[in-house]
Design a protein around this ligand. Structure first.
Ligand code: KG4
Ligand code: ZN
Length: 355
């Protein structure tokens, strides 16, 4: 079965055509990064308006590149949660109109399920690691989300959150620190580049929730610590101090993510750890996760960068799994929240006590 996927949950307008086995026939992403850059973050109203402008050309481009007529797809999948309401509405309304006009089954997809299944995508002319075997543990770290999941099968009922951030997402922390240092948006890539030449031990910042046994994260205290450092010492210019500050901040984020991700995979008895979401592009995260996972006999799977950042191919793949099970949605509700089950406080405590 080939499926059309549509993604408009945040600041990327995406359309893709993907086979249910993960082969990507086309994957078109129109990024709004430049539009939001002057504001240091995504402006919801501007995002919705830009999706409205771009959704049709992106759809046409996806069909053209795949060499298929939209009338030939087996079904349509669209991100319906979590995301910005006005942004989600644009994609969902386009998908509903197309499904009605073409008489195709329609499924709503949770964006986070899309990210978690992204290691199954196969892009032409792009080297992809072998797909992970179930069950696996995944660290999903992006601008909007940071959490650990156990994935037993490609369905929402078979995915369980093991712990999430209590405040900022990891990518959000990169973006806020970059804004504070006058480095622009998005912050991850530039902090990553500067950190490479800095000394992570030269500046003493707090370590964010490194407590063993808990799979929760918290990055806002570290961000505040960087802010305090800048208040006390002044904003560094483009010099060695700036590189040291970036290196110290990044080391603390990365070590926390890696430590908890590898501990979660070990405690779940999973043989594979997957990195997903935009922060998975981080050089130090990839290197340190590979070393830590390999040391305890766990295989690390990092999808290609374009599969890690927001795209419609992962939505098409996740939707295809639902369609193949004969599922479809008559009505699609949008929501700012994920439908993935969250562990209760009690559950966390019980696990923390065992670990
Ligand atoms: O998954 P994504 O494209 O969009 C969301 O769903 O949020 O992730 C974007 C986030 C941004 O916060 C960006 O700063 C971060 O991923 N990011 C990085 C790197 N590249 C992108 N963070 C750290 N290091 C990077 N190299
Ligand atoms: Zn995302």
């Amino acid at each position: 079965m080939i499926v059309l996927g549509i993604e408009t949950s945040c600041d990327e307008t995406g359309a893709a055509i993907v086979r249910s086995d993960g082969e990507v026939l086309s994957d078109v992403v129109q990024s709004q990064v430049k539009l939001h850059a002057p504001y240091g973050g995504v402006v919801p109203e501007l995002a919705s308006r830009d999706h409205l402008r771009n959704v049709e050309p992106v759809l046409v481009e996806a069909a053209t590149r795949a060499g298929v007529k939209l009338a030939d797809v087996g079904g349509i999948a669209v991100t319906c949660r979590p995301g910005l309401s006005g942004a989600l509405l644009v994609g969902v309304q386009a998908a509903r109109g197309l499904a009605w006009a073409l008489q195709k089954p329609l499924v709503g997809v949770d964006h986070l399920v899309g990210h978690l299944l992204s290691p199954f995508l196969r892009f032409p002319n792009l080297e992809s690691p072998a797909a992970p075997a179930y069950p696996f543990v995944a660290l999903l770290a992006s601008g909007g989300h940071t959490a650990l999941y156990r994935v037993d099968a490609p369905s929402i009922a078979s995915i369980r959150e093991l712990g999430a951030t209590r405040d900022d997402a990891a990518g959000e922390a990169f973006d806020k620190v970059a804004k504070l240092l006058g480095l622009g948006y998005p912050g991850g890539p530039v902090v990553d580049r500067l950190a490479k030449e800095g000394n992570p031990d030269a500046i003493d910042l707090i370590w964010p929730m490194r407590r063993r046994g808990s799979f929760e994260f918290s990055f806002s205290g570290l961000k505040t610590d960087v802010m305090r450092w800048v208040e006390k010492n002044g904003r560094p210019g483009n010099d060695a101090t700036l590189r040291d500050l970036c290196a110290a901040f990044q080391r603390r984020v990365v070590d926390t993510l890696v430590g908890k991700a590898v501990a979660a995979a070990s405690s779940e008895g999973a043989k594979t750890l997957v990195l997903a979401g935009g922060v998975a592009a981080n050089r130090e995260l990839r290197e340190r996760a590979l070393a830590a996972a390999t040391a305890v006999g766990i295989r690390l799977v990092v999808p290609p960068f374009r599969a890690c950042t927001d795209n419609a191919a992962m939505i098409a793949y996740a939707g295809a799994q639902r369609l193949e099970r004969g599922e479809h949605d008559v009505d699609i509700e949008i929501s700012p929240n994920t439908a993935l089950p969250r562990v209760t406080r009690k559950g966390r405590g019980e696990r923390a006590a065992r670990a």
